[in-house]
Each structure stands twice: as structure tokens, then as C-alpha cells.
Design a protein. Structure first.
Length: 182
């Protein structure tokens, strides 16, 4: 099977279900940004982090593929069985954040991104996740989107922030606190 199909050469692509849309379509932007996020999470997994953190991030990557397939399907025409995102997936993120937060000092300031490359990658992924969430919220105003997708992306950005704090704490890197000038 060839990787290239030449069917997108004129700026259009197909959704699952066969509907052709321009490559700048909001649905394409949404799942493309989720794919970008997944790549950044892969970059974080490639860093020197604990095996449990790597395993949890791999689970997240799997869920992001589920989200991507959901967003890539035409909700009115697709007959293909698409994997579902479940409330338990969201609860898993919440439980992991609670566990990580239990190891961290109380948050008293906003945190500026940085401290190490790995911490910065977490913050970049968090920002990409927020962009994906904004696009999906916009898409949901125009088309059918599973509510769990929006909720999962919202929790995931919080998890990535918490992971950045955890990695700083593990490495004894002081958090880069924002102290506003007044």
C-alpha cells in the first residue's frame, strides 16, 4: 500500500464516511491539532522520566487516537465502528492528577513555563491541548461532537500542567513562579 494517494492534491480530504472537505475545515483542524498534541506527548515520553509516567502517557496517546478517529468521522455519514471515549477515561486523568498533587507543594502562584527541556515540553503540550480544546468547542457548536472529547481535553491540559510540576519536584528544580509587578 502506498502512503500517498494524490487525492488531497487540490486541498481537499475525506472524512471517515466519505465526505470531502477542504483541508482547512474546522474538523480537520481539530483532529490535526489532537495529532500534534499526541506527537508532543510522544516527545515527553522520550525524555528521562519514570516508567509509570511513560506508561500513563502511552495510555493518553491511545485515547488521543480514539479522539482523533471520532473527530475524523462525519457524524452524519460514517457507518464505521469508531472506538469510544468513556467517562472512566476522564476519571483516570482526575485520579492521576489527584495522586500527583498529593506529592506536590501547595500551588500559591502562577507558574511560568520552563525549568528544563522536559518540563517545557509538558507546557508546550499543555498549550497545544488547550488549542485543541478550543477548536473542538468551536466544532461542537457547528456539528456533533462527543461531550467526553471536550471534557477529556480539558482535563488533559490540567494533567500536563500537573505533570510539569511533578517533574520539577522530582528533579528538585524550583518552580518558576510568576510574581506580578504591581
Amino acid at each position: 500500500m502506498k502512503i500517498y494517494t494524490k487525492t488531497g492534491d487540490k486541498g481537499f480530504t475525506s472524512l471517515i464516511g466519505g465526505t470531502r472537505v477542504p483541508k482547512h475545515h474546522l474538523r480537520i483542524e481539530s483532529y490535526g491539532t489532537v495529532d500534534e498534541l499526541n506527537s508532543y506527548i510522544g516527545l515527553i515520553r522520550d525524555q528521562d522520566i519514570t516508567l509509570p509516567d511513560k506508561d500513563f502517557l502511552k495510555e493518553i496517546q491511545d485515547r488521543l487516537f480514539t479522539i482523533g478517529s471520532s473527530l475524523a468521522a462525519d457524524p452524519e455519514k460514517s457507518k464505521m465502528a469508531i472506538p469510544d471515549l468513556h467517562p472512566a477515561d476522564i476519571e483516570l486523568l482526575e485520579k492521576e492528577m489527584d495522586a500527583l498533587n498529593g506529592q506536590l507543594p501547595e500551588l500559591k502562584h502562577f507558574i511560568l513555563p520552563g525549568g528544563s527541556s522536559t518540563i517545557s515540553y509538558c507546557h508546550i503540550a499543555r498549550c497545544v491541548c488547550r488549542r485543541a480544546e478550543r477548536l473542538v468547542v468551536h466544532l461542537a457548536q457547528e456539528s456533533t461532537v462527543d461531550d467526553n472529547v471536550t471534557i477529556y481535553l480539558n482535563r488533559l491540559s490540567d494533567y500536563l500542567f500537573t505533570l510539569a510540576r511533578k517533574l520539577a519536584n522530582d528533579r528538585k528544580i524550583p518552580e518558576n513562579q510568576w510574581i506580578p509587578r504591581l
